[in-house]
Write a protein that binds this ligand. Structure first.
Ligand SMILES: C[S@@+](CC[C@H](N)C(=O)[O-])C[C@H]1O[C@@H](n2cnc3c(N)ncnc32)[C@H](O)[C@@H]1O
Length: 219
């Protein structure tokens, strides 16, 4: 990470500037509001769930509508994904328990306070399948302490992926960590009842891939 958090935020906000002016669904994260205060942002004390990499935003919108007692904060680092999700949000009435932002995970230590989230969700994160690109995977040994720090007491991390090798790597990392305990009886499941499927999930299931679902609780 070559930039300071302020330089990073300036950089990503420059591309997004036209979306901030008239929009109450997307948050412009600026240095003066970090670490983020979710009670202020949502104007209530409800527990917050973070989705990292919401993609087209469909499943995040459906989650927020299904669970109004939780606040949902979605981040995605790619501007085109943020634009797609925002255009979906703009076509409907404002959902009071949902805010999205353009953000990657590189500076989360400065942006999110400890114990901010009741749940952190990662659905189908980029698997970076080539060996020489594996280092770009978001979930790694270094990322687990970050997840642990951001989760509140008894908070959970949910992970889903179609990529067998990345999934097994994450499963080994989580099950071998002192920071988390498995909520399932097996290292992962291939189906989860009552789940809201994401765009990638539907697509990968149609192609016949097994999906690896994991749920780990903060110790
Ligand atoms: C393969 S897509 C899956 C999208 C969606 N979760 C789904 O299941 O349909 C991965 C998404 O995660 C985003 N992403 C990957 N790594 C990220 C990171 N470290 N921080 C924020 N977003 C990330 C990408 O921009 C992309 O939109």
């Amino acid at each position: 990470m070559w930039l300071t958090v302020s330089e990073y935020l300036d950089k990503i906000n420059k591309d997004s500037v036209k979306y901030f002016d008239f929009n109450d669904r997307i948050l412009q994260i600026t240095p003066d509001i970090i670490p983020l205060n979710f009670s202020l942002l949502f104007n209530n004390e409800n527990p917050v769930k973070l989705e990292i990499g919401f993609g087209n935003g469909d499943s995040l919108i459906r989650l927020a509508l299904r669970y109004p007692g939780f606040n949902f904060f979605g981040i995605d680092r790619k501007m085109d994904r943020v634009r797609t999700a925002l255009s979906k949000l703009n076509k409907r009435e404002r959902i009071p328990n949902l805010i999205i932002a353009r953000l990657g995970t590189d500076y989360i230590e400065q942006i999110f306070s400890p114990s901010s989230f009741a749940e952190i969700i990662m659905n189908f994160p980029d698997p970076w399948p080539k060996k020489r690109h594996n280092k770009n995977r978001t979930v790694s040994t270094d990322f687990l302490p970050q997840l642990h720090r951001m989760l509140d007491t008894d908070g959970c991390f949910r992970f889903a992926s179609d990529h067998p090798e990345y999934s097994l790597e994450v499963s080994d990392l989580l099950s071998g960590s002192d920071l988390f305990s498995n909520c399932y009886d097996t290292p992962y499941l291939h189906s989860v009842e009552n789940r809201i499927e994401t765009q990638f999930e539907k697509h990968k299931k149609r192609e016949g891939w097994d999906i690896y679902y994991m749920k780990y609780r903060k110790k």
